[in-house]
Design a binder for this molecule. Structure first.
Ligand code: SAM
Ligand code: SF4
Length: 341
């Protein structure tokens, strides 16, 4: 692998505010086997027709061009990435991009298939993982995901512990008022007793139902205060572009993190773009506009032409989201599972 400092990137993707894009989220499917209340309606969403979804080869080609533009981190997401049977194949091929400058390859998953898949993903070259888990109580898990699968997700997490090449294991919980408060110390205990990085993410207005209300957001600060009163949280230094504030306990195996996009937006250091399952670039979670890569790609565009679209899209990256700007806030043009969170 080439060290970042040594690597020369001829045309880094720098937006009009001087932010260099180094982190790419790729949605490999908009489909999902869960129906989380804050993400998708019970009946699911109108799925993309399969011919519109990028093929493995198309994903890898676009990822390679992005890496040549200085992308160092790729995270596969969805929808639920593990429902795509070719996930190990995609990971294997993307893994080869380490030779060309990729430093980190991860997935975000609901974890329900990990008990079966963890070994295959490790063999394919996966090195990092985020598992979403909003509650440790079976009945609440069933209610929020509309699936009675808590045991299976916990089994998936336990299976991951057998594969040391996949580290760190991050556990992400969406924090919501009247839901998360009573479990703050249970999550703290999880991060002390297991080598997991447990992170709380503030609930954002990206639900397909459009039901988000500000009063439902349980802020990172509120959780921090409860935990810190219980046992002091010691800060860990992070990179400027890190979305999370990280802490550890003096006697814990894991870590606690807070991702506070609503109460403490981190847009000024955002270094991310997203590629949707149907090949559109989104430069912000809350984008209204997208940049079509799939069309030119399938019409035979050269790498140079694709590069130009990438650079053009990044030059239009939004300064910041407008969740906190009252009537100026316009909901994103797609919901979380259709974007690739
Ligand atoms: N299905 C995978 C999963 O759940 O991990 C990957 C896709 S999911 C859209 C990615 C992440 O977005 C998950 O951690 C999920 O909890 C989070 N998410 C979904 N809707 C959200 C919302 N409205 N606000 C905050 N996070 C949300
Ligand atoms: Fe599926 Fe993830 Fe959305 Fe839950 S958050 S419905 S697991 S895509």
């Amino acid at each position: 692998m080439q060290a970042a400092a040594e690597r020369r990137v001829d045309h880094p993707l720098v937006d009009s505010y001087g932010r260099q894009i180094q982190d790419l989220r790729i949605s490999i499917t908009d489909r999902c086997n869960f129906r989380c209340q804050y993400c998708m309606p019970a009946e699911g969403l109108p799925w993309l027709p399969s011919e519109k979804v990028l093929t493995d080869e198309e994903i890898v080609r676009l990822a390679r061009i992005f890496v040549h533009h200085g992308i160092t981190e790729i995270r596969l997401t969805g929808g639920e990435p593990t429902v795509r049977p070719s996930l190990p194949n995609i990971i294997r091929q993307l893994s080869a991009l380490r030779e060309e400058g990729l430093e980190s390859l991860s997935i975000t998953t609901n974890g329900v298939l990990l008990d079966k898949l963890a070994g295959k993903l490790a063999d394919a070259g996966l090195t990092r993982i985020n598992v979403s888990l909003d509650t440790l109580v079976r009945e609440k898990f069933h209610r929020v995901t509309r699936r009675d699968c808590l045991d299976r997700v916990l089994k998936g997490l336990a299976t991951l512990e057998n594969y040391p090449s996949i580290r760190p294991i991050k556990v992400n919980a969406v924090a919501m008022k009247n839901f998360t408060e009573e479990e703050i110390l249970s999550f703290a205990e999880l991060a002390r007793s297991k080598p997991y990085v447990v992170r709380f993410i503030e609930f954002m207005p990206l639900d397909a139902d459009g039901n988000w209300r500000r009063e439902q957001v349980l802020t990172g600060r509120e959780i921090f205060d409860v935990m810190n009163r219980w046992k002091p949280l010691l800060p860990i230094e992070t990179r400027a572009s890190s979305t999370s504030r990280r802490y550890r306990f003096v006697d814990g195996l894991g870590e606690i993190g807070f991702i506070n996009p609503v109460s403490e937006p981190f847009c000024s250091t955002c270094n991310r773009v997203r590629l949707t399952a149907d090949g559109q670039i989104r430069t912000c979670l809350f984008s209204i506009d997208e940049w079509n890569l799939a069309g030119p790609l399938r019409a035979g565009a050269s790498d140079a032409q694709i590069s130009e679209i990438m650079q053009h899209s990044v030059s239009h990256k939004e300064l910041k989201h407008k969740i906190n700007e009252g009537p100026a806030f316009q909901r994103a043009s797609r919901s979380m599972s259709q974007i690739g969170g």
